[in-house]
Design a binder for this molecule. Structure first.
Ligand SMILES: [Zn+2]
Length: 127
């Protein structure tokens, strides 16, 4: 992939959060491209860690991004007004942190961060 840098976003399928997440990762981490792995409410799916078929699908796509594109960072995203995960911000932050643990359990040796997209579509790193 030449010298282009990739990141991976496990993002909601919601069209409103695609560009904000892409722009934030490019700006904050100096990457050129973001591989998008989208599901409705992926932080919920990864935190619950029980839907085997969807989890395997996410894992397979993340591994392609990491192994074929040498992605340097994985972001797990939650956002305001999520149709697939209609719980409040506080609950979603907990889900994001739990989701990170699920990804760590896959043995993928890449930095993993959590992102929250607020009601103004601004992106914040979850600490
Ligand atoms: Zn959503």
């Amino acid at each position: 992939m030449n010298n282009m840098k990739f990141a991976t976003a496990i993002n909601c399928m919601d069209g409103r959060v695609q560009i904000p997440v892409i722009e934030w990762l490019k700006k904050e981490y100096g990457v050129n491209y973001i591989d998008m792995v989208t599901e409705p409410g992926p932080n919920k799916i990864l935190a619950e860690n029980k839907d085997i078929h969807v989890l395997e699908s996410i894992k397979r796509r993340v591994e392609i991004s990491v192994h074929k594109h040498d992605s340097m960072i994985i972001a797990v995203v939650g956002h305001h007004d999520c149709a697939g995960n209609p719980v409040n911000k506080e609950s979603q932050i907990v889900q994001i942190l739990t989701a990170i643990k699920t990804i760590i359990s896959w043995g993928i040796n890449v930095k993993i961060i959590g992102l929250w997209v607020d009601k103004n579509w601004n992106v914040h790193e979850v600490k």
